[in-house]
Design a protein around this ligand. Structure first.
Ligand code: TRP
Length: 370
């Protein structure tokens, strides 16, 4: 039997780089809210280093370096180790075992249909070079992550919906074959479009390290300024200040939509009461991009300055950060081991849980003699 139904969150990130503003609006802010809401019995965040290795097998050093970067990003945004268990995937062997069993419950045809994995295969050039089996099957390992924690709620970006669908199918199949054992998880995706995908500063759909269009949470004020002033895309037709401007596709306004609040106007741009007024002026003409960018930088700094300060404090005490991660991983190991034991019992492969199987085997042998 599955344990009594609790509200449990599990979510994770691949440690392949520092976290950026896209992560912040898309997931980190929400995680902190959920953490502080008191609505959940248990919250787990996992640094998915094993999953990151599925397309970085030749570069484990990168993953190792980014575990601390991601952990510092978590702590600086307000993930509180008293309320949230933060753990490292590779130190949870139950996940590997679960993955191995779940692999038998999916077909390669089903895995091939996963649209996110399909797109990633294209992006990474695996279609030509050859596709690592571990990468191809990572949605199965992700199912192990989710089910190992008995997660009911999995906050993720939209691109992860196919993973959740896959996980639910595996859970249903497992429970059908072996009896009600695993908890059926649900995805929780960001409410509005800006949260779902903050574009890069260059207006491309996604922030990506290789495109150099990110603003990292740990960037210096100087770098933030350079990214906004030097790279941020506005309205190409808005040549002179007096010209009417467009808001649609204008990245400065997309970012303001995501970040600015009425109190920012009072503090930094009191000629407007709210973003709608500012937009109206921009559309009419007479509001320059420079003014908009300067305001945006101030707004971003309202968020980034405290994160930077918190990060600087944690960076002085990496021993403590290590201890937090170790403690969280120990708790996670107990949780995931308990699920593995339940799974092995359901599958009747729990030979060494006790000696019950000895009596069974004895009676079997007695019967086969008759
Ligand atoms: N694939 C997820 C991503 O790239 C990371 C991840 C790994 C994850 N395991 C997970 C997300 C379990 C949610 C649940 O963002």
């Amino acid at each position: 039997m599955a344990t009594e139904k609790k509200n449990i969150i599990l979510t994770a990130d691949r440690p392949t780089g520092r976290l950026h503003l896209g992560h912040y609006v898309g997931s980190l802010m929400r995680r902190v809210e959920l953490q502080n809401s008191g609505r959940f019995d248990q919250i787990n965040i996992m640094i998915a280093d094993d999953q990151a290795l599925t397309d970085n097998a030749d570069n484990p050093g990168k993953i190792r370096d980014n575990i601390i970067q991601v952990m510092l990003d978590y702590l600086s945004v307000g993930i509180d180790p008293e309320k949230t268990t933060v753990c490292v995937q590779s130190a949870l062997p139950a996940l590997h075992a679960l993955t191995f069993y779940f692999l038998n419950l999916v077909t390669t045809a089903r895995l091939s249909r996963n649209p996110t994995v399909k797109a990633e295969i294209q992006m990474r050039g695996f279609a030509d070079e050859g596709l690592p089996a571990g990468f191809f099957t990572y949605p199965v390992s992700q199912t192990a992550d989710i089910t190992a924690f008995d997660a009911t709620v999995v906050p993720v970006g939209e691109d992860q919906l196919p993973m959740l669908e896959q996980a639910r199918e595996i859970v249903e199949k497992f429970n059908r074959i072996y009896g009600e054992t695993l908890v059926l998880p649900e995805a929780m995706i960001p409410e509005n479009a800006t949260q779902r995908r903050l574009p890069g500063v260059d207006g491309r759909a996604k922030m990506s390290k290789s495109l150099g269009n990110c603003i990292y949470l740990s960037d210096s004020p100087k770098t933030v300024k350079q990214q906004v002033n030097g790279k941020m895309f506005t309205d190409p037709q808005h040549l002179r200040i007096e010209d009417p401007g467009h808001i649609e596709g204008n990245v400065v306004f997309t970012y303001l939509d995501a970040f600015c609040r009425p109190e920012h106007f009072a503090a930094y741009l009191p000629e407007y009461a709210c973003l709608d007024e500012m937009k109206a002026h921009y559309r009419r003409g007479g509001l320059g991009d420079g003014t908009c960018k300067k305001f945006l930088i101030r707004v971003l700094e309202e968020y980034l300055a405290p994160l930077r300060e918190a990060r600087a404090r944690w960076e002085k005490d990496i021993d403590t950060v290590y201890d937090i991660l170790l403690a969280g991983t120990k708790v996670a190991r107990e949780r995931t081991n308990a699920t593995l034991a339940r799974v092995q019992k359901a599958m009747r492969i729990d030979y060494f849980a006790d000696r019950a199987v000895v009596r069974e085997w004895e009676s079997l042998l007695r019967q086969t003699k008759n």
